[in-house]
Structures are given as structure tokens and as C-alpha cells.
Design a protein around this ligand. Structure first.
Ligand code: GDP
Ligand code: IMO
Ligand code: MG
Length: 427
């Protein structure tokens, strides 16, 4: 019996797709539990690159069951496009299941996401404009449309009408835009419903049965710890729970079922969108990391802001998710620097703090306190054993382990499935 939750430990894009794909080889079931197509998970399998937004990264293996859990917000158009993209790329879909309780992203959610960002002006969040926030808003307001509603013509018509009355009032009276038409959305979405119907199920039950049967279940988080709506850098966050606890809610399984939590963490830090970022490098070092790490968003193509590794964030992620193992990614990107820096605390108002602050006003003022370590010049992308890494690279990993108190069980030295150093069993 093994249930492993995999999460992002920083601000997303840590390489969750790559590590999920790597671990999925041994798993039976792979589950997405929160977020939606704001996620962009890149997997490089057998030299071919795949970009996934909604479908679990286990889909590249034909014999896995992939599940989109109740905590995910689903844009059916994007899901169907992703299925055809995979088919065109020669991927045979084994089994994909969708929770009947997952909420649906509607066209008005996408429109609202854009309008709300416009109104926020200089306070904008820098969302992916995929309608994620507005869809979760409707879920919390108890007017959302779920997969199960979409499968029922009458129920769907009723809920869509009620939603459109409210949304069109906003569009016309507040934003001065045109109203959306019921007929257009209704017919299109009923078409989606027919294409998805055979995949809809009680996914919590399927996952539980699988765990009870001794199968291996991998929960693939999207986004990252600091984008969590409760524990992240609010308000510069997403609208779901990317932390490990989110897997329980978003998949419908209890916390006692989880055996391990893998924190995927980059060997440095990146962030897309707005918000404070103490170790951000606005100089040529930051540009070098961005260039070497190809730090451009999978979903929006935006340049990712880059900075040094932040051990305060690493320890915070360990705390809020109970991380048992780190998967450190992109170590290869740090090759070629004479010295590397690790942030071990923040200096703020003449004080040194070592714990992640609750106040964003304080976080904004935090200046990183750095430790310096020697870098390495050797190419590490072909290394497969930890002992074969240059001494400085080994020391860098060991220092991260020491500062966080968590073993780096996996170390990635390239995007490929095989470019993964394994230092212990996960499944
Ligand atoms: P995710 O959202 O956490 O799945 O991460 P993304 O896929 O958005 O971004 C991570 C990027 O880094 C992808 O392009 C991966 O192919 C790539 N990647 C993952 N691990 C490594 C690694 O160890 N080294 C290098 N050079 N690239 C990696
Ligand atoms: P993966 O799964 C990085 C960021 C957006 C924005 C904020 C809110 O690939 O790691 P949203 O559209 O969710 O309302 O945007 O969250 N964001 C991500 N950043 N990786 C992601 O996903 C992200 N998903 C959302 O840039 O700052
Ligand atoms: Mg990503």
C-alpha cells in the first residue's frame, strides 16, 4: 500500500511533471488534485517533449490509470484539446477518469479573469487568465457548475441560466461589455459533455479501492507551496491548495492514507507573475540562470524571474506539507558559476529572521542573508550516481539537506526521464 503526494515547494515550475513522469513508471494510478490548466507540466520522455496542463503526467504510460480529482477546475475545451494533442503525438490513452464533483471552467470565468486583472491595474496578480480564480470563486459561493451537472441537460440548463443572469449583469452593468448568450454556451458545452461522459466517475472511490488493493498511487500537485491560497504569498497566489493537504481534499482520501510527501524543489528559485521574491537576481547572474534553465513559462510563455536558492522557503515548505523527501531539480543549470549563494535567513528592520514571515508587508522588505559556496565547472548532465557528481555539487546538495533537515532522495540533472539520480526508494 503506497500513496505518495508530490508537490511544488517554491512558486511552481519546479519540475513536477518530470519527477511525476519518472515516479509514474512504478505507480498504478496518477492523480491531479487541484488547480487547472494554469499548470504547465513539461515531460521529456524518450527524447520527446510533452506539455501537459490538465491531464496527469502519468498519461505517457499506457498502462496507468490517470485521474482528474474533484479539487481540479476543468476547462472541458482544454481537456479535449489536450487529448487530441496527445493522440496526434502518438500517445495511446490507457485510462483517464474525471471526478463527477470537479468544477467546470465556463467561458464567463475566462472573461472575468481578464477583466479583474485589468481593474487591479498596478496591483494585478499576473494570473494565467485561464479563469481559475473565478471558477474557484463560484465553487466557494456555491453557484459553481460541476461535472455531474454538465452530464444532466436540465440541471445544466438551470444552473447555466442562473449563472448567466448574474454574470451578464456584471459584464453589462459594471464592466460595460456585451452579455454572453445562453444558447451558444449551452450547445457547445453539451457537446463537450458527450465526449467526456464515459470518463466521469466517483474518483474518490476509485482511488480508495486502488489504495486498499495495495496499488501505488501518486498524487501530482500543480503550482507550488508559495502559491497556496492559505499558506502562500497572499494575494499573489492561485486560488487552490497546492500543498500536500490539498491532495486529501482534492482527491477525497484521508491523511492517514498518505505514506510520503515528495517536495520537488529547484536548485535555485523562480517565480512567474507578480509578488515579492527576496532572492531575485535582477543582474547578469539572473539572466544566465534564466538562459541556461530555459526559464520561460510552459503555459503563458512569460519569462520566469530567477534567483538563488532560498532555504527559508525550503524549510517552510517542509513544515506546511510535511515533506519527507526532496527531489532537487535543475542542478545542471548551476554549472559554470564560480560561487553559488544560498539564502539562510532574512534581514528585516535590523533583525535577522529564519522563519517565513506571516506578513507580506514584512516579506516584501526581507533582504536575503546569504551563505556562499564554491561552484563547479564540469558538465553533470550525464551523471547517474551521486558519488560521480563534482565535489562542489555534492556539497551543495548536502548543504540543502542540512539546512532543511530533509534528504534529497532524487536529484535531477536534466529534463530527460533518465537524467535522474536516485539515492533511495520512493515506491
Ligand atoms: P512543473 O510545472 O513543475 O512541471 O515544471 P515546468 O515543466 O513548468 O518547468 C520545468 C522545466 O524544467 C521543464 O521545461 C522541464 O523539462 C525542465 N526540467 C525539469 N528538470 C530539469 C533538470 O533537472 N534540468 C534541466 N535542465 N531541466 C529540467
Ligand atoms: P505549475 O503547475 C507557476 C501563478 C500565476 C500567477 C498566480 C495566479 O506549472 O507549476 P492563476 O492563473 O492561478 O490565478 O494565477 O499563480 N501560477 C503559476 N506559476 N507555475 C504554475 O503552475 C502556476 N499556476 C499559476 O503566474 O502569479
Ligand atoms: Mg509549470
Amino acid at each position: 500500500m503506497a500513496a505518495v503526494v508530490l508537490i511544488g515547494s517554491q512558486w511552481g515550475d519546479e519540475g513536477k511533471g518530470k519527477i511525476t513522469d519518472f515516479l509514474a513508471e512504478k505507480a498504478n494510478v496518477v492523480v491531479r488534485y487541484q488547480g487547472g490548466n494554469n499548470a504547465g507540466h513539461t515531460v521529456v520522455a524518450n527524447g520527446e517533449e510533452f506539455k501537459l496542463h490538465l491531464i496527469p503526467s502519468g498519461i505517457l504510460y499506457e498502462d496507468k490509470t490517470c485521474v482528474i480529482g474533484n479539487g481540479v477546475v476543468i476547462d472541458p475545451q482544454v481537456l479535449l484539446e489536450e487529448l487530441s494533442y496527445l493522440a496526434i503525438r502518438g500517445i495511446k490513452i490507457g485510462k483517464l477518469l474525471i471526478s463527477s464533483n470537479a468544477h467546470i471552467i465556463m467561458p464567463y470565468h475566462r472573461v472575468l479573469d481578464g477583466l479583474e486583472e485589468e481593474v487591479r491595474a498596478e496591483h494585478k496578480i499576473g494570473t494565467t487568465k485561464r479563469g481559475i480564480g473565478p471558477a474557484y470563486m463560484d465553487k466557494a459561493s456555491r453557484i459553481g457548475i460541476r461535472v455531474i451537472d454538465l452530464m444532466d441537460k436540465e440541471e445544466f440548463a438551470d444552473k447555466l441560466k442562473r449563472n448567466l443572469t448574474e454574470k451578464n449583469n456584471l459584464f453589462v452593468k459594471v464592466y460595460g461589455k456585451e452579455a454572453l448568450k445562453f444558447e451558444d454556451i449551452y450547445e457547445t458545452y453539451l457537446g463537450y459533455a458527450e465526449q467526456l461522459r464515459s470518463m466521469v466517475t466517483d474518483s474518490s472511490l476509485v482511488i480508495d479501492q486502488s489504495i486498499q488493493a495495495g496499488e501505488k498511487v501518486l498524487f501530482e500537485g500543480a503550482q507550488g507551496t508559495l502559491l497556496d491560497i492559505d499558506h502562500g504569498t497572499y494575494p499573489y497566489v492561485t486560488s487552490s491548495h497546492p500543498i500536500a493537504g490539498g491532495a486529501c481534499i482534492g482527491a477525497g482520501i484521508g491523511p492517514t492514507r498518505i505514506n510520503r510527501v515528495i517536495g520537488v524543489i529547484k536548485a535555485y528559485t523562480t517565480r512567474v507573475g507578480e509578488g515579492p521574491f527576496p532572492t531575485e537576481l535582477l543582474d547578469e547572474v539572473g539572466e544566465e540562470i534564466q538562459k541556461n534553465g530555459h526559464e520561460f513559462g510552459t503555459t503563458t510563455g512569460r519569462a520566469r524571474r530567477c534567483g538563488w536558492f532560498d532555504a527559508v522557503i525550503a524549510r517552510y515548505a517542509v513544515r506546511v506539507s510535511g515533506i519527507s523527501d526532496f527531489a532537487i531539480t535543475k542542478l545542471d543549470v548551476l554549472t559554470g558559476f564560480d560561487t553559488l549563494k544560498i539564502c539562510v535567513g532574512y534581514s528585516v528592520n535590523g533583525e535577522i529572521i529564519r522563519e517565513f514571515p506571516q506578513s507580506q508587508k514584512i516579506f516584501k522588505q526581507c533582504q536575503p542573508v546569504y551563505e556562499e559556496m564554491p561552484g563547479w565547472q564540469e558538465d553533470v548532465t550525464h551523471v547517474r550516481q551521486f558519488g560521480d557528481l563534482p565535489e562542489a555539487a555534492r556539497n551543495y546538495i548536502l548543504r540543502i539537506e542540512e539546512l532543511s533537515g530533509i534528504p534529497a532522495t532524487l536529484v535531477a540533472i536534466g529534463p530527460g526521464r533518465e537524467q535522474t539520480i536516485v539515492r533511495g526508494e520512493i515506491f
